[in-house]
Design a protein around this ligand. Sequence first.
Ligand SMILES: Cc1cc2nc3c(=O)[nH]c(=O)nc-3n(C[C@H](O)[C@H](O)[C@H](O)COP(=O)(O)O)c2cc1C
Length: 171
Amino acid sequence: MDLKQALEGRRSVRRYQRRPLSREIITDLLQAAECAPSAGNLRARRYVVVTREEMRRALSLAAFGQSHIARAPALVVVCADPPRSSRRYGDRGGLYAVQDADAAIMCLILAAHDRGLGACWNGAFDDHLVRDILGLEEGVLPVAIISLGWPDESPPASSREGMEAVRWEVD
Ligand SMILES: Cc1cc2nc3c(=O)[nH]c(=O)nc-3n(C[C@H](O)[C@H](O)[C@H](O)COP(=O)(O)O)c2cc1C
């Protein structure tokens, strides 16, 4: 898929077919995620892949009942690892670790779109609950629950103007 077409055609997809995702496909998406830039190349990010039904349900509840999280056949929880980055960058490391995770999320979502999958970035959840459900190490911060599946909807194109957010300071 052409990059421009991929960027403009991607939409958050929240309805999925029941068909499971193979481990091979999920591994491809994780490899795409790891292509993302990373501060000092420390790769201060982690991934937890969840297909177990009871865990998907628990994560859906932790995400304030967002039902598409339980219904998605696969979830990838992308986490920041601030301690890893802070060992080199001090306080700034916390921010870098979140940016490392964000960059990976975007690559993963675009790779999913490129493969014809539907994906949604879910950032609304209770950090403590998600940390407990997944048994994350101390200091590791869940950044997003990416819900994934073969799409069962094609959300309409939305406005992509956004140029009012840009200020030009040019000669
Ligand atoms: C930081 C962040 C948090 C988000 N959290 C949620 C969420 O919790 N649940 C959800 O359904 N969508 C969530 N979204 C998806 C946005 O709602 C979606 O990207 C936005 O409406 C634009 O639609 P589009 O992705 O189809 O372009 C989130 C997106 C971002 C970037």
